[in-house]
Design a protein around this ligand. Structure first.
Ligand SMILES: Nc1ncnc2c1ncn2[C@@H]1O[C@H](COP(=O)(O)OP(=O)(O)OP(=O)(O)O)[C@@H](O)[C@H]1O
Ligand SMILES: [Mg+2]
Length: 440
């Protein structure tokens, strides 16, 4: 609590210095300025301290400044110093939200007592605010990373636990398990102001990779006409997301290790080291320890990256999450397409839970989208473990269109054929093929 500060706004230098001295002697961190204009720049949102202000000041007066401060942040204590005998103003100030007032001339003891109480109150208010924010962020995490299974609970706990620490994190998981989503959550919850910069280590030829990451000076190599800021510098104060880190070229790995250890970059064509503060979140589908043993990945880099690891299990290893995820994605897709979310019957849920999900959550999400669009879910037991062929999907889509229109036209084939813009005979064929005549 003692790291909170006291900002004293007082144009009379003797009074200002007297205040500062008294406060500092009490172990409080106090600073003084002579005008509201000078104070304004120092008081941002979540100002970690309290304000003591004279009312009569050159330029803007302390009373109107106090009203503005309290309007912006009602928990910020502002103590006003009033002239001798100016009781009416003081009373009005209290009504307008001042924390307290002291009348000139005042003793150091009175000032110190009032300020101490105000500092305690401010400390508590900031603490509560911080807790609320953490809670909100954590609540948000629940809806962004869906899943009730034990491993997913652990994933969320780890994210909430390490996000603020800005420690480097390695995320492991098969395709579509949510590695990028987790990386973004880590960034969003870190409270860092900088950017989230993503770089796919597999997507670039080796030569480009280097200038992409480190940047280069003009004339560093043929074709380097202008200076270029690399991804690392773009991620300053934020997060560098290294996707598919297993495919980072060996030659780059050694350079990268250095960056990781020393947190400096050298642009190509320059020998100036630029210090950069950033967090690395790396993602991999591979077993990097094994890659290391096979000589395809530097073990020292692996150990450096794997300080904190988050493992995302494949969907088939946490089938209990399937219905919840499917519901969530169906609701999202319905909203996006402006449709009513369709019913999900028990047989469908059983099929979904029995499926192997080679594409994991991304595949589930696509399927939910198709369900909303009425393309159907061709997961019926024999097909359950293979991806859905296009022909089947198209048939299913056709069937659902015809069924829907027939129902709307009360089974009138002529009207339906007209509305779907197909010859009557074609529609009859299709109805027979789809086995719809019995349903009517
Ligand atoms: N637990 C989850 N809850 C809600 N949505 C999720 C969850 N996990 C993943 N998703 C969603 O699934 C999709 C795939 O996730 P993401 O792109 O993060 O996977 P990935 O592991 O990076 O895949 P790849 O290795 O193929 O790049 C995204 O749309 C993501 O928002
Ligand atoms: Mg990804």
């Amino acid at each position: 609590m003692t790291d909170l500060q006291v900002l004293v706004i007082e144009d009379d230098e003797d009074v200002r210095l007297g205040c500062l001295q008294a406060l500092i002697l009490e172990g409080l961190r106090a600073e003084g300025v002579g005008s509201v204009e000078k104070a304004e720049r120092r008081i941002g949102p979540d100002f970690p301290g309290v304000v003591v202000s004279d009312i009569r000041l050159p330029g803007r007066d302390g009373l109107s400044f106090m009203r503005e401060l309290v309007a912006r942040d009602p928990t910020l204590p502002v103590i006003l110093i009033t002239g001798h005998g100016d009781v009416a103003t003081a009373v009005q100030a209290m009504r307008d939200g001042a924390y307290d007032f002291i009348q000139k001339p005042f003793s150091s003891q009175i000032l110190v007592d009032v300020v101490r109480r105000a500092v305690d109150k401010r400390g508590l208010a900031l603490e509560v605010r911080d807790l609320r924010r953490q809670l909100a962020a954590f609540g948000g995490l629940d809806s962004r990373i869906i899943g009730r299974s034990e491993p997913m609970r652990r994933v969320r706990d780890t994210i909430a636990g390490v996000a603020k620490s800005r420690a480097d994190v390695l995320i492991r998981g098969e395709t579509g398990t949510g590695k990028e989503l987790v990386a973004r959550c880590l960034h969003d919850l870190s409270g860092a102001r900088g950017n989230f910069v993503a770089l796919n280590c597999g997507g670039l030829p080796e030569t480009l990779f280097e200038s992409e990451i480190f940047g280069h000076e003009a004339g560093a190599f043929t074709g380097a006409v202008k200076k270029r800021i690399g991804k690392i510098e773009h991620a300053a104060g934020g997060t560098l997301f290294l996707d598919e880190i297993e495919s980072m070229p060996m030659a780059m790995q050694i350079k990268f290790l250095r960056v990781l250890q020393e947190r400096v970059v050298e642009r190509l064509g320059s020998n100036k080291e630029i210090p950069v503060d950033f967090r690395i979140v790396a993602a991999t589908k591979a077993d990097l320890a094994e890659e290391g043993r096979q000589g395809r990945f530097r073990s020292d880099l692996y150990f450096r990256l794997a300080v904190v690891t988050i493992d995302l299990p494949p969907l088939r290893a946490r089938r209990e999450d399937v219905p919840l995820l499917f519901d969530g994605f169906v609701a999202q897709a319905a909203l996006r397409h402006g449709r009513e979310p369709p019913e999900i019957d028990d047989a469908t849920v059983r099929d979904l839970m029995g499926y192997g999900w080679p594409g994991n959550i991304r595949e589930l999400r696509n399927l939910a989208e198709r369900h909303v669009l009425g393309i159907g879910l061709p997961l019926g037991s024999p097909v359950a473990d293979r991806p859905v062929p296009l022909g089947e999907a198209v048939d299913a889509f056709e069937r659902s269109l015809i069924t829907e229109e027939l129902r709307r036209q009360n089974g009138n084939v002529l009207k339906t054929a007209k509305l779907l813009n197909v010859p009557k005979s074609t529609l009859f064929d299709k109805i027979r093929k789809c086995g719809l005549e019995s349903a009517d």
